[in-house]
Design a binder for this molecule. Structure first.
Ligand code: FAD
Length: 319
């Protein structure tokens, strides 16, 4: 069984999510190769060797410099043909979701998304994914090859093994329509601390924080724990916190080791984005809030009193 893992990179570094999917693919077995697409990416591609992959394909050239999906569909189509890959795996991100969907359409291939695990069953790839609003986990498969999967962010951790990768360049001329879109500007948000996709600890705030200024409580607790701050849609829609921090059905899916929810009711649309977190702690003044139905630990109380004390305790324990 041969598997390609799309290695998304930004700023010269392969994304943690892609390296996690690579680690899982290598653990599952078969011939696994990485794919790096961009301009001047030989070094980035070679860096994947430290994560145990022996072969990395590159598609390298100015047409692939901007992180746009359509030229990458052409690139992956060519690498899939050159390598004869049966499986093509992506770690979910805004970019890779577009590429995976475009590639599935191009190759007339099946795409399973929101995958949380993969395995081999009878020589074929199978996957696990949540269904029915994350209330059950189901096993899914594909009826044809290549099998394309988009893996939920945070499902797997990268495993650094050491080693080197042989880099094979595949020459690709993108189709005319694939280069019709041009990136005119790219902005990076200034951020300190880990992103919510990478953080082991997330402190999430909801409408219970009361005002935009209330997020200071979430930020202080996150800083004490070395974590990141996330938010519900209700508060990002209200302009209290950036959209990039929204967790849920129309936001990001996260799986930190610890998720602390401050003043969050636990609506199903929020739950689907965070319920695979290791330990969920909820602080809510309403004992009947739905979040207590799926939290591991709950504090019924006013977050204005509880959150600062919790931050003090964490700091004292660390000190
Ligand atoms: C199509 C669709 C997609 C959606 N996508 C998303 C999504 O991606 N992510 C998302 O989050 N939502 C999403 N929503 C919205 C979702 O349905 C909820 O409205 C939203 O999650 C509620 O946010 P909240 O918990 O911050 O606010 P609320 O539901 O208003 O809850 C606030 C909570 O704070 C508690 N509280 C108040 N004051 C205090 C206090 N002082 N101390 C402690 N607790 C306090 C209250 O008891 C309450 O439980 C979506 C909705 C739709 C229809």
């Amino acid at each position: 069984m041969s598997t390609l893992v799309f290695l998304e990179h930004h700023g010269g570094a392969i994304q943690k999510g892609s390296l996690g999917v690579l680690a899982r693919a290598l653990a599952v077995g078969g011939d696994v190769a990485g794919v790096v697409v961009g301009h001047g990416v030989a070094e980035v591609a070679a860096s994947a060797g430290a994560f145990g992959v022996a072969t990395v394909y590159t598609v390298d050239g100015p047409d692939f410099e901007a992180p746009l999906p359509q030229p990458r569909v052409d690139a992956l189509e060519a690498v899939a043909a050159a390598s004869g890959a049966e499986n093509i795996l992506f770690a979910a991100s805004v970019l890779s979701a577009d590429i995976a969907a475009g590639l599935a359409a191009r190759l007339d291939a099946g795409l399973n998304w929101d995958v949380t695990d993969i395995a081999i069953d009878g020589g074929k790839l199978t996957a696990r994914r949540p269904a029915l609003g994350d209330t059950v986990l189901v096993t899914v498969g594909w009826t044809s090859t290549p099998r394309i999967a988009l893996v939920r962010s945070g499902s797997f951790e990268p495993v650094e093994t050491g080693g080197t990768a042989a880099v094979h360049d595949v020459a690709v001329t993108p189709r005319e329509f694939s280069t019709a879109a041009r990136m005119v500007d790219q902005a990076h948000e200034e951020a300190s601390g880990p992103s919510i996709e990478d953080a082991d600890v997330i402190v999430a705030g909801g409408r219970g924080l009361g005002t935009p200024e209330g997020f200071r409580l979430a930020e202080e607790l996150a800083a004490a724990l070395g974590g990141a701050v996330a938010a519900t849609r209700a508060v990002v829609d209200a302009g209290w916190y950036p959209y990039s921090t929204q967790v849920g059905q129309t936001g990001k899916s996260v799986s930190p080791k610890l998720y602390i929810a401050l003043g969050i009711s636990g609506a199903i649309q929020h739950k689907v984005g965070m319920q695979s977190s290791g330990t969920i702690v909820a602080i809510n003044k309403d004992a009947n809030a739905p979040i207590f139905d799926f939290a591991d630990f709950g504090v019924v109380g006013d977050l204005n009193a509880v959150a600062p004390k919790l931050a003090d305790l964490v700091r004292a324990r660390k000190g």
